[in-house]
Structures are given as C-alpha cells and as structure tokens.
Design a protein around this ligand. Sequence first.
Ligand code: G3I
Length: 378
Amino acid sequence: MNISRRKLLASTALLGTLAQLKHAAFAKAVADTGLKDHYQKDFLIGTAVSSASLAENDSKMLGLIAREFNSITAENAMKWGPIRPTLDNWQWELADKFVDFGTRNKMHIVGHTLVWHSQVPDSVFFDEKGKPLNKKALLKVMEEHVTTLMERYKGRIPAWDVVNEAIEDDGQWRQSPWYKATGTDYIARAFQLAHEIDPKAHLMYNDYNMAMPGKRAGVVAMLKEFKKKGVPIHGVGLQGHVGMEHPELAELEASIVAYAEQGVRVHITELDVDVLPSVWGITGADVATRFQYRPEIDPYINGLTAEAEEALSERYVALFKIFLKHRDKIDRVTLWGVSDNLSWLNDFPVPGRTNYPLLFDRELKPKAAYFRLLDLKR
Ligand code: G3I
C-alpha cells in the first residue's frame, strides 16, 4: 500500500470514529433533553427533591430530575425541624446530599427555608419553663441558625427563601411566635443578615395564596416599607399551590405584575395543581389544616378520568401561558415535586387521598400535561 492510500484509509477511519462520537454525543444530548431545555430561553424549571429520594439515593428519580429540571429545592431536608431537631444537634446528611447532587449536575440550588413558623421545635421559641423567649434572645437564636446554614453552603446555594409565610391572606401580619416576640424586626434582620453573610445570594420572600388581593396588598406594602429602609429583598416567591378553579388567572397575573413593579424578581416556587374536590372553598397551604377523609371526596383512586386528565393539562397550559407572557419578570418556575405518588397533596388537607397534581405519574412516566407544556414551546 502506498503512503497516500494508507493516509486516506487512516483519515477515513478517523472520520468514522468522529462520526460515531458525534452520533453518541447527539444521542446523549437527546437523552439528556428535558422540560428545562425547552424553556431554556424563558426561565429555570425547578422541582422539589423529597427527603425519601435523597435518603434512598433513588437513582431513577434523581436521574429523571437531572434530565428534566435545572433548579432544585429541598422539600423538607433544610427546614429547621429536620435539620436541627434540637438546638445543639444539626443533621446535615440529607442537606449535604441535596447540595452535592445539585452541584454535581450544575443545577441552580434554592435554600428552603431559613425563617418559618412551621416545623420549628418548641425549644426555639420557649425557654425550659415554657415561657416565650424575649425579642433579643429569639433574634439571637435566629441569627445563629441563619449564619450556620448559609455559611456551610456559601458559594454553592445562590438563592434562599429567607422568610416564609409571614403574611396572612387578608394582608395582616401572621401572629407567629416570631412576630409576637419581635414585630416585623425578625424579617428585616433575617434579610440583612443573609445579605451580610453572602452578598451575592438572591434573597426571597416566599408565600402561598399570593394571587389573593389581600395577600398581594400586604406583600406589596412590606416590599415598599423594606425598600425605604434598605432591607435587601431581591425576589418574591409565589408558591403556586393552586386548584382547578382557584386562583383566577387574572388575579395571578395581577400579582406577578404588582410584585415585579416593586423591583423584585418573581419566582413560582412550589407549583402543583390539586385536582380533588375542595373541602374548604379555596386552596392554600397552611400545613396545620386537616379535614376528615370521606370516599366521596376521593373520586380518582383508580386513576383520573379522561375529562379530568384533559382539564388538568388545560390548567397547566393556562398557567404556563401566563408565565411565558411574563417571562421578563419571572426567573424560575419550580414544581413542588416530581411524581404524583410523592406529593404532599395526597395527605393534605385530607389524609389518605389519591391526588394527581404533578407532571409525572406514579410510574415516573410523563403525563399528558407534560407533553402539552412541551407543545407550548414548539
Ligand atoms: O419524615 C417523617 C417520618 O419519619 C414520619 O414517619 C412521618 C409521619 O408523619 O412524617 C415524616 O415527616 C413528614 C414530612 O413531610 C416528610 O414526609 C412530616 O410529618 C410532614 O409534616 C412534612 O410535610 C411537609 C410540609 O411542608 C411541612 O413541613 C411536606 O412534605 C412539604 O411538601 C410541605 O412543603 C411546604 C413548603 O415547605 C412551604 N410551603 C407550603 C408547602 C406545602 O405545605
């Protein structure tokens, strides 16, 4: 074989290998493509990661999350109760796993949540005799908590839910132990401190029923007051625990616009759609509320009807159309979980029902609503 023929064969072989590599890269890229890629130019697409998925190293679930989502929030692992069950006992295992998972997959990670009235051990609010701590003592415990959590993950968690659910649906301040001891100072202090600890972090106020006019007015008033005082709030989280009818889309839109007008970024932080009959008129997320199970309010134990599936898909499409319309104001849309079987809505506000609020079914297969959200971007 002469030299030029040998060269030709070598370069053909090289081209073949390159083509194979290209094909493999293409196949991998397709396999890695998920909802996040279709909405890449619009906003981040996030999900909550359950403690069970982290504890079990559930590779099927974690693989699905890495493919479909580019932002993650710990559903429970970073809340005060689970991460710090007693004042001198920090349980880092699940939170560390969560942050490692997000870092490995180059995801946007949300810290949830620094200051909340729920899932907080009594020892935070009361002394050994059961007497509420005074303002100074309670702020000290809060500061210690915020500092320890944020410093551990500084540089790896770019966004934090700093204060969660401090305002009632009618716009009044929630009479939580935080508020009773400190007024609104705990909110301002939490944001200021979080900013001091990590000046690069995006700091959010996060709440449910954010489309309700009363709540909207309360949140806007807080943003105005804090802007005047120089309190660093950069984003507002509309949790988005919605029903099939509530809230009205016009109210949701009005809230997105109203918050953005205050100069903050908007995040949809905990989206899910409750398809079951409402037992209290409106949806919400006050975790303390529970109602008695009755078979007539659990109509889909053997699966959704075709009409209900279609209505759910339509509701998702309508919501995402609003989000897309306001993509200039919205940084992220996070679903509150991946698959229906793990949703908190199977047990809230009525324990033991079968709900279908998310985009993946109980076998982790994408539902009709998922494909409709892809169609929206074609
Ligand atoms: O881990 C324990 C388990 O050991 C125990 O056997 C079991 C018995 O009830 O409880 C398990 O803990 C539960 C935990 O979820 C994990 O499943 C808690 O009781 C339960 O209260 C907790 O509920 C969470 C709820 O917040 C309260 O923290 C939900 O999963 C979570 O989806 C929900 O998320 C909140 C957001 O953080 C804030 N906005 C509202 C949203 C919905 O309520």
